[in-house]
Design a protein around this ligand. Sequence first.
Ligand code: ADP
Length: 393
Amino acid sequence: MKILVANLGSTSFKYRLFEMGEGEEDLLAEGGYERVGDYGKVIRDALSTMEESGAIGSQEEIEVVGFKTVLGRNLSGCVEAGDEVLEALEGFAEVAPAHNPAYAAGIRQFSEILPGARRVALFETAFYQWVSEAGRRYAVPKGWHEAGIQRHGFHGASHKFVAERSAELLGRRDVAQGVQRLYQDGPVETERPLRVISCHLGGSSSVTGIRSGVAIGTSMGFSPQSGLPQNNRVGDLDSGVIPYVMKSLGLSVEEIERQLTKESGLLGVSGAGNDLRDVRAAATGGDADAKLALELLIHETRRWASSFLFELGGLDGFVFTAGIGENHPWLREAVCAGLEEFGLVLDHAKNEGCRGEEGEISAESSKVKVFVIPANEELVLAREVYRKVSVLN
Ligand code: ADP
């Protein structure tokens, strides 16, 4: 079954085409466009490119299009991308302005361009549907809660991939199989718990606590603006700051929103850029602000990782994933520093040698196994969409 995974940004369109079957997962084609103004045009262009390259004989061969939707109002999970999904995306367009309008437009375009293909959405929030109520609730008035003000969580596809792959690497087939069937069957009891913390550190970052393949909580809350400091977004911020800044600096809500989502995070603190490589280069050159930005990212990663330890009651696996997590051994070293008493010890040579590839980087003596697991969100999407469609058929 040919499944096209569509990754839509506010000005970008990336795609991967998979051939999926029982025991079969092949990547047939991939590509992308930047500075997109007209989604219809680039989607048609991508389909022609796939035909010309021979990846597909004809466009009708694409049976399903999968969408990595971010946040829906009153809707989550892996669901058919019809009117209900469009409504849910539009209902929270203001909370995820870079993503929701783009996905709504993309889903509409695909329904016109490939009317015969099924459309399935996997929400990034889906992985958090079993987080306890206390873990999801903000202590806001009931009316706010009823209006949807709660912790949603994001990067669900990435953390789910880590949940499954880390279980395999830790020799827990039972948990890995449970993760595969999680969205169809819900959580299954395992005889022994498996306790994992997953650090997705990239342009946008989050830390998730996972018990036996099921998320118990994550650093991102209501919107993707929360949690760790992001490339140019603020991360966690005391709710008292906004009214104070409005009154004392005379900034409008729109201006505050712009500065917190475009001029904050690593960029805001360092002034050196929003890519970790640029911030690191400035810090190495002696720039104190850049050094502080790095320390802040490390500090917040450790703070969030430790926040899940009590609830997990111990730790079996600690995982780094995404662009920063996969490629910066010095940062992994700093995040894991001084944890020998907790049973977490890195192997320095293995850590240094592991860049952009999967690897175990903990010392032989380490009770907690530390892994680098390259992110593969598109594959998670293809797998989930395939399972969903197989159930529907
Ligand atoms: P996004 O979150 O936008 O999908 P990534 O997961 O690739 O992007 O994360 C981007 C961050 O990861 C950047 O700060 C960049 O410094 C870092 N990064 C990505 N790839 C590499 C690489 N090959 N080498 C070093 N750093 C990288």
